[in-house]
Design a protein around this ligand. Structure first.
Ligand code: SF4
Length: 354
């Protein structure tokens, strides 16, 4: 197996401090918190993604996404284990059905690389959470019986952790359900392990048009030549539509220049910028949070200088499970001491912290 093989990348992931230290110089802070953080949320990085990381610079934007920092060990008052209340809207194991017309199905809880800001760190990286065959059968039965469901979103963890054969089976079963209008997959593998996008996988995708794939690029450094090859394959051989959602992350992508470069490059590669997310209020996320006011200002500057095609919607998934809302000056009613009051789409009001 070569480094170009995704299974090699999976098998050679770095997951412990001693091996990591053979590849990069850790700052004193990174080294001291590594073990404590790993006890709460695993560490893992592919050799490919590691090659994008600056081995000596603690401010590297790739490194900031994957290496634990001391802020991760802090649990602020506004931080939750399950900020989007996905568990309480789970009619059966592994399926969140919060909006009538769509459901999220978590088919793998494994990722090649673990992002320190992950909303689902409560269960991601824990293999026991991954649904078994009996749970697949129950979920498929649920989708068949709920005719209001128009879209199933395969998520995780990373759903592309599954074998081609299993992905083919699940897409086949879902697309055979008459009331399902289209399918969507959320994956970060085009970012962290682009070699997962093989000819064989694209051949499977091409059978299930219309298929939407939502990627998760946060920084222009992630858009490499390897990614360009993978993305071109997805579009030309897989016949998929590609969208990207980024998370606005402090000291990673919170400048006009970085967001401009990221979004232009995404469009150049063939990916439409879809959402820029305000970081979810998951425990240990305070080190990544950009104040909403700064995010609104950034978006205002971006809108003034970039083609609309390259501009994502800046959104917040409301803590507590209220759904996604647009953030922008047109929606802001009032800034309070520790929260913001926004207008809702239907004329109501909602309040968000920080
Ligand atoms: S790829 Fe997604 S699910 Fe996996 S750790 Fe990162 S944010 Fe969480």
């Amino acid at each position: 197996m070569s480094q170009e093989d995704w299974m090699w990348q999976m098998q050679n992931r770095i997951t412990d401090l001693a091996t990591l230290k053979n590849h990069i110089t850790l700052s004193a802070e990174e080294e001291s918190v590594f073990q404590a953080a790993q006890e709460q949320f695993s560490f893992s990085i592919t050799p490919y993604y590691l090659s994008l990381l600056d081995p000596t610079n603690p401010t590297c934007p790739i490194r900031k996404q994957v290496l634990p920092r001391s802020s991760e060990l802090v649990r602020a008052e506004n931080e939750w284990e399950d900020p989007l209340a996905e568990q309480i809207h789970m009619p059966i194991k592994g399926v969140t059905h919060r909006y009538p017309d769509r459901a999220i199905w978590y088919i793998s809880h494994i990722c090649a690389v673990y992002c320190r800001f992950c909303t689902r760190k409560r269960k991601v990286s824990k293999p026991t959470e991954t649904p078994n065959r009996e749970e697949w059968r129950e979920a498929l039965e649920y989708f068949r019986n709920h005719t209001e469901i128009k879209e199933v979103i395969l998520s995780g963890g990373d759903p592309l952790t599954l074998s081609d054969q299993h992905i083919d089976y699940l897409l086949g079963e879902l697309s055979a359900i008459d009331h399902i209008n289209h399918l969507r997959i959320h994956t970060r593998y085009p970012v962290t392990m682009p070699m997962r996008i093989t000819d064989s996988l694209c051949g499977i995708f091409s059978k299930y048009f219309p298929l939407y794939i939502v990627t998760h690029f946060n920084h222009p450094k992630e858009l490499t030549q390897e990614v360009k090859v993978a993305v071109t394959k997805l579009i030309q051989k897989g016949n998929v539509t590609l969208l990207n959602q980024s998370v606005l992350l402090k000291d990673v992508n919170d400048t006009v220049e970085i967001l401009e470069e990221l979004n232009y490059k995404l469009v150049r590669f063939g990916i439409k910028p879809y959402y820029l997310h305000q970081c979810d209020e998951v425990y240990g996320s305070s080190g990544f949070v950009v104040p909403i006011e700064d995010g609104i200002r950034l978006m205002y500057d971006i809108r003034g200088r970039m083609s609309g095609l390259t501009v994502p919607n800046y959104v917040k998934d409301l803590t507590g499970g209220g759904g996604k809302v647009l953030l922008g000056p047109n929606y802001l009613i009032e800034k309070k001491e520790s929260s913001y009051l926004f207008k809702n789409f239907n004329g109501g009001e909602y309040e968000v912290t920080h």
